[in-house]
Design a protein around this ligand. Structure first.
Ligand code: BGC
Length: 772
């Protein structure tokens, strides 16, 4: 773990260039706007190690599955988010020397991700082989107001000589995915034209025919004056460029403004792409770089107004939490209900850029509290739209009814291809059901249940109904051959969490049925018809709920992660020589599976989701038993432990876990940030501040707060949206102050007392009295 980034409240800053950490920085300094995003690759050529990555949300390739041993039920393909046209490229040649930071001395390098204003900048002095020094200043962003638009200002100044500066601005679609299964290139050229004013390139993906058109234009300035230059244009396969050569005296700055519009066939007809791109580009160019940047700054100010967290007394924690919020807002903005949140967002290829249970279990709470409820509703509807595919998936695996949502998906079809996960890590179905509960509980929007919710819940309950079987030996329902959230156990029987979430899904489904029967009887009847819901089914669910088997250790009074867990040698991670960690890099799979070590919250995942059903003593016993055996080798793990530790009053542990999650990528904690950032777990980090230190829950239509301040902080405050109001919660040593920033009153509870925060009003409670 190398900490090389400067600590700053609002920016991520790198103050020298080190090729060894460049790929990590490419991930960390990524930019995105929900519609497209990219790694922080350089504009100019770079021959050193780099992972090229420019992604268009929802544009993917179904790469033919590659597995050692085929199992019936495996999917045909793995959906990959595609590295698409490199639209940032600007080759720079000084006299006859190509600027390439791998081949020159780099001085005064500063790279900054300005999170407050939403742009990436870089400046440096390059000392070329012949001693010539040039200063470069580059700034770029992808617009959050005009999703298709990206803009770059790239300025070159000869410092100790006069000469020529050649700038070649290009679009290059001859790109590859590093994770291509068969070393295949996924793009085909459709059309292109390079012209002095506007050039474009249209590519399509193999198989699915996604079309992407990139249109570019650029202006050149010398010392602030626009030059009337006629660029030389060039074309080759999947490539167009415009070149200018400018004489620059020592100290004169040559600046290129490059504007690009990227449009896709997801949003435009094939015949419209070029014209649509040209129109969007012309509008952006007419507005100009400064106006676009101003829009960007204003747009981000609005986002921060809804989602900022302020931590006083700990700049490192402040930077980290803003980084997490920034990356989440860059990845998904809810404006397109066909999209979702890949575990790496727009920062890398790993995990295919597809949807995992991470969305429902970790990301939904973030969007519920920091954005209009429409956005989390869209995330739920995304799964509703995949219901038919989830039913097909269950059928494919031999179930006669019900739905099994995929472990990994792009369009509703399963993409994952390891049997112990694809077929067995079925707890994901429970998270999808839980997200419906979470949404309705948080927003109070019960209309969702009749419109969409019950259909999903009923089909998931039907799946569980068949996935359990009655054990005559135990006289209980059991669930065999599953993988729980802890992927360091496979094919186990009676994973407590999976059994619990399955029974809970059935309970909640029955509750929703009762609600609809009583409150929306016409819609209820309609749904009974549509679902062909039978009384014998609901009776069966009741029976399973009443007779589900839950492994339990009477002596320790803890839930057992699975049958036979106590046969393991129970060792604490702290007693394991450190050179064994991380286990997933140091141990054989066989050794991991036989050990007691836990990858991520499993029993504790259940105690978190169903937190209102278990008392503190139960949570404490289970936390004390399992956490010491947990290696937290999934980035989703520490945040959840931090939240439960807060509830138990384990303040130091909570903070330790928080630090592990908050600076995971900034400090490259898991030694894998070069592959991309852990975007979905960033929502978990947010949860650990709001639900952990803030103690936020929603119960009985009230927003409940039970805050404490970690000893390393002097105070903290955060924003949450709750039922059409936006609240600012500020926690200091003395007080908890909840300020309503809207006209809509909000019902809140601070510890055990209820209050109404009137529109634009405030509730202030002394901490000393509040906790008594
Ligand atoms: C975790 C899963 C998670 C996936 C994607 C895995 O390492 O164990 O729970 O869904 O990463 O983030």
């Amino acid at each position: 773990m190398k900490q090389y980034l400067k600590v700053d409240e609002w920016s991520i800053i790198e103050e020298s260039f080190d090729p060894a950490t460049h790929e990590i920085s490419e991930s960390i300094f990524s930019i995105g706007n929900g519609y497209m995003g990219q790694r922080a690759n350089f504009e100019e050529q770079y021959s050193g190690k780099s992972l090229q990555g420019s992604y268009m949300a929802g544009v993917y390739y179904p790469d033919k599955t590659r597995v050692g041993w085929w199992k019936n039920g495996y999917p045909e393909y793995f959906a990959k988010v595609l590295n698409s046209t490199n639209w940032i490229g600007i080759d720079v040649t000084i006299n006859d020397t190509v600027l390439d930071l791998a081949n020159c001395e780099v001085k005064n390098f500063v790279r900054e991700l300005n999170m407050k204003e939403g742009y990436l900048s870089r400046r440096f002095v390059a000392v070329l082989a012949d001693g010539k020094e040039v200063q470069v200043e580059a700034i770029r962003f992808v617009s959050i107001k005009r999703h298709e638009i990206g803009a770059i200002r790239y300025a070159v100044t000869p410092l100790n000589f006069s000469g020529t500066v050649k700038l070649v601005s290009y679009l290059d679609g001859d790109v590859q995915n590093k994770d291509s299964n068969y070393e295949e290139k996924f793009w085909l050229e459709v059309d292109k034209a390079a012209a002095a004013d506007v050039s474009y390139l249209t590519l399509k993906t193999k198989k699915l025919d996604f079309h992407v058109t990139s249109v570019m234009s650029f202006d050149v300035f010398k010392n602030g004056t626009k030059l009337d230059v006629q660029p030389a244009v060039a074309e080759r396969e999947k490539y167009v460029s415009s070149e200018v050569v400018v004489d620059a005296n020592q100290g004169e700055t040559v600046a290129v403004y490059k504007y690009v519009a990227n449009v896709t066939s997801r949003n435009f007809g094939l015949g419209e792409l070029v014209e649509a791109g040209k129109k969007l580009l012309a509008d952006a160019k007419a507005a100009g770089f400064d106006a676009l940047l101003k829009e960007q700054v204003d747009g981000w100010a609005a986002k921060w107004k809804e989602s900022d967290i302020i931590i006083e007394g700990d700049t490192s924690a402040q930077q980290a939490i803003r980084f997490n919020i920034f990356q989440l807002n860059q990845t998904y903005d809810g404006s397109d209900d066909r999209l979702n949140i890949g575990p790496k967002g727009f920062t890398g290829e790993k995990y295919g850029g597809s949807t995992y249970w991470d969305t429902e279990a970790y990301c939904v709470p973030f969007y519920l509290s920091t954005a209009d409820s429409e956005i989390s509703r869209n995330l739920l509807i995304y799964r509703y739209k995949h219901l038919e595919k989830a039913k097909e998936n269950a059928k494919k695996l031999g179930f006669t009814k019900g739905a099994l949502y995929p472990m990994v998906t792009m369009n509703g079809e399963e993409c994952h291809n390891e049997w112990e996960i694809t077929f067995e890590e079925i707890h994901r179905n429970g998270a999808i059901a839980y997200a419906i509960y979470n949404y309705v509980n948080y927003t109070g929007d019960k209309s969702y249940l009749g419109q969409y919710g019950l259909e999903v819940l009923a089909e998931i309950s039907r799946f569980w109904e068949q996935r359990v079987n009655y054990s005559a030996d135990k006289n209980k329902y059991v669930m065999l051959g599953v993988t729980g959230p802890n992927e360091y156990e496979n094919n186990s029987n009676n994973n407590w969490y999976t059994n619990r979430i399955a029974a809970w899904t059935m309970e909640y489904t029955l509750e929703v049925i009762d609600y609809l029967k009583a409150n929306e009887s016409a819609r209820y009847q309609e749904l009974v018809g549509k679902l062909e819901l039978k009384e014998e089914e609901t009776k069966k669910w009741q029976d399973i709920i009443a007779n589900m088997y839950y492994p339990y250790d009477e002596e320790r009074q803890v839930f057992l992660q699975q049958d036979g867990f106590l046969d393991k040698e129970l060792i604490k991670v702290k007693d394991l020589p450190q050179e064994n960690l991380p286990l997933n890099q140091k141990w054989s799979w066989d050794r991991i599976l036989r050990s007691c070590f836990i990858k991520q919250a499993d029993v504790l995942q259940g105690l978190y989701f169903l937190g209102d059903r278990y008392d503190l003593e139960t949570k404490k016993r289970n936390f004390d038993f399992y956490e010491p055996m947990t290696v937290h080798e999934s980035s989703l793990s520490p945040c959840l432990h931090s939240i439960i530790a807060c509830e138990l009053g384990y303040q130091e542990k909570a903070y330790e876990m928080y630090l592990r999650t908050a600076r995971l990528d900034l400090d490259n904690y898991n030694n894998d940030t070069e592959d991309g950032c852990h975007t979905t777990s960033m929502a978990g980090t947010w949860m650990s501040v709001i639900q952990g230190f803030g103690g936020l829950r929603v119960a009985n239509d009230e927003l409940v707060l039970r805050p404490f301040i970690p000893s390393h902080w002097t105070s903290f405050s955060f924003k949450v949206m709750f039922r059409d109001s936006r609240l600012n919660v500020s926690v200091t040593d003395e007080n908890i102050i909840v300020t309503n920033e809207t006209d809509v009153p909000a019902a809140i509870r601070i510890y055990d007392s209820s209050y109404t925060v009137n529109g634009n009003g405030e509730v202030k409670v002394e901490r000393a009295t509040a906790t008594k």
